[in-house]
Design a protein around this ligand. Structure first.
Ligand code: KG4
Ligand code: ZN
Length: 342
């Protein structure tokens, strides 16, 4: 089955062609990072306008790079939420229009479910996990832990009580004047820093639940910078970055491993934009090895938003669809949640 997937939930406009839900034939991504950088974060209205400008070129490129025509495509999958309503609308209406014109089935997909199942595709150097697995989705808007029993069968184990991990990276970077997106900037500088230089708190360090919280850590960094001033040398900046990053990573690794133990599961999956973080990848690998657990993390280019990550779920839901176009009713679902809380 050849599937066209479309993703536009935030500030990346993306389309991909996927074969049998496992093989990526193309993955075209137009990033708006340079547009939003000057504002220090995503401006929703500007994001929508740029999606409109880019989407047709992105879809054309995805088809061309895969070497296929629209007539070869068997179905369309598109993100319907969660995300920014104006951004979602552009991808959804485009996908619906294409599917209607070509008389193809069109399924609406959950962005978080896409992150959670990216590693089910055939990817170089990635161990495809067996079910069940515990999956951490750490992105700009989410820090969620799920028990994944199968595609479509999820139990929410925990989530953030306030800010997501990526949000904390972005705001700490902004406080230090390092630029957007903050995760990449902090990751880069932290490589030369001492993670023990500043003793930032590890919020919610408890086995009682699998929720996390990063708003207080953000405030702790703010108060530190307020008292000490933003360091005026590269080493000082690197030390604060490394110390903050280590606090986030320690919490995410601890909660993920504890959740897997609690569920009696020895497979861990880490995904979402923050999964591109080099320290998180390293420390999660070490923790998994020492606990005898197997870890799957997508390559960094598939951790941040892209349409290829929708491949496994698009395939799953299209296989269960009528095979006809029934997408008229699809609309943005900004706050849609995955998996009932346990
Ligand atoms: O999944 P994603 O592309 O979009 C959302 O669904 O939110 O995640 C974006 C988030 C941003 O907050 C960004 O700062 C963070 O992922 N991020 C990183 C890294 N690369 C991206 N955070 C830490 N380290 C990185 N290397
Ligand atoms: Zn995402």
């Amino acid at each position: 089955m050849l599937i066209l997937t479309v993703e536009s939930s935030c500030d990346e406009t993306s389309a991909a062609v996927i074969e049998d839900g496992r093989r990526i034939l193309s993955n075209s991504v137009a990033s708006q990072i340079p547009v939003h950088r000057r504002y220090g974060g995503v401006v929703p209205e500007i994001a929508s306008r740029n999606h409109i400008r880019d989407i047709h070129g992105v879809v054309d490129r995805a088809l061309n790079e895969a070497g296929v025509e629209l007539t070869d495509i068997d179905g369309v999958g598109v993100t319907e939420g969660p995300g920014l309503v104006g951004s979602l609308l552009v991808g959804l209406e485009t996908a619906k229009g294409i599917a209607y014109a070509a008389d193809l089935p069109c399924v609406g997909l959950n962005h978080i479910e896409g992150h959670l199942t990216t590693v089910l595709m055939d990817l170089e150097d990635v161990d495809v996990p067996d079910f069940p697995y515990v999956g951490l989705v750490a992105s700009g808007g989410h820090s969620d832990l799920f028990l994944v029993e199968d595609v479509g069968e999820y139990r929410r184990l925990g989530e953030t009580r306030d800010d997501a991990a990526g949000e904390a990276f972005d705001k700490v970077s902004k406080m230090m004047g390092l630029g957007y997106p903050g995760g990449v900037e902090i990751d880069k500088r932290a490589a030369n820093g001492d993670p023990e230089a500043v003793d930032f708190p590890r919020p919610m360090w408890t086995r009682e639940n699998f929720d996390v919280s990063f708003a207080g850590l953000k405030t702790a960094v703010y108060q530190y910078l307020d008292a000490e001033g933003v360091p005026d040398d590269e080493q000082g900046i690197a030390d604060v970055c490394a110390s903050f990053q280590q606090a986030v990573v320690d919490v995410l690794v601890f909660k993920t491993v504890e959740a897997a133990k609690e569920c009696g599961v020895d497979r861990i999956v880490v995904s979402g934009g923050v999964a591109a973080n080099s320290r998180l990848r390293r420390d999660m690998r070490e923790a998994a090895d020492s606990e005898g657990m197997r870890l799957s993390v997508a390559p960094p280019r598939l951790c941040t938003d892209n349409a290829a990550m929708l491949g496994p779920i698009a395939h799953h839901y299209l296989e269960r669809s009528s095979g006809r176009f029934e997408g008229h009713r699809l609309q943005p679902r900004c706050n849609v949640r995955l998996g009932a809380p346990s």
